[in-house]
Design a protein. Structure first.
Length: 206
């Protein structure tokens, strides 16, 4: 652990993720959440303000100690209880079918073993439960994809693993989760190489 990952990166990440332009995307994504929710890559808890009343408990997992430290400042302000744990999405220490909803926003780009994390997501969801995601990833245009692959080689070293060349929807579907809604678009206010969005939900079949 260095000063960059533990101290500087968490502050920078919190500032960037707090941007006003993200708020409506957070709100429109997590509005589908209900019951017991697991949020992978909890960050500083910026989705908490947007959960609907149908949510009874939020468990956040966050491996970065600096981000956890910033998160605890705000996580007691909500109607529902919030639990924050030091855990990686690749190895979820929960029972099968423990959650009604799993949420991931701007996180699948950074998880080292994404396929393993998605398999774990599926395992901890109840049958019929939903995985809600709002992520950036691989754009459809082959020329842009070339740039995304080049840029990812650099960003993953600087921004704590963040890549921009993952085909998110295909990876979610390959994990055995059935995509029930998917919206792809370029986010406003960011370069096209970093702003191709996959916003959707996928269900664990009953
Ligand atoms: C860009 S931040 C997004 C934070 C938050 N989800 C949000 O919307 O503000 C990416 C997050 O993924 C987390 N992350 C990276 N690798 C992870 C892993 N293997 N398991 C769980 N979270 C991880 C990071 O620590 C960070 O909190």
């Amino acid at each position: 652990m260095g000063i960059w990952r533990d101290r500087l990166w968490p502050s920078l990440c919190h500032k960037a993720m707090q941007a006003a332009r993200h708020e409506r995307h957070r709100a429109s994504s997590v509005v589908r959440a209900q019951g017991r929710v697991l949020e992978i890559g909890f960050g500083t808890g910026l989705n908490l303000a947007h959960y609907p009343a149908s949510v009874t408990h939020v468990t956040g997992i966050e491996p970065n100690p600096g981000l956890r430290k910033l998160a605890v400042r705000t996580m007691h302000e909500y109607e529902f209880p919030v639990t924050l744990l030091d855990m990686n999405a690749e190895r979820l220490l929960f029972d099968e079918g423990e959650f009604d909803t799993v949420v991931s926003t701007w996180t699948l780009c950074s998880i080292r073993d994404l396929d393993r994390a998605l398999a774990e997501t599926r395992r901890v969801l109840k049958p019929g439960g939903e995985f809600i995601f709002f992520e950036h990833g691989l754009a459809p245009d082959p020329d842009l994809q070339k740039w995304q692959r080049r840029i990812s080689r650099v960003t993953k070293h600087i921004f704590d693993g963040c890549t921009i060349d993952r085909q998110i929807a295909d990876r979610v579907a390959a994990a055995g989760l059935e995509i029930v809604t998917l919206n792809n678009f370029f986010a406003e206010g960011v370069p096209r190489s970093e702003g191709y969005i996959y916003a959707g939900a996928a269900r664990k079949r009953i």
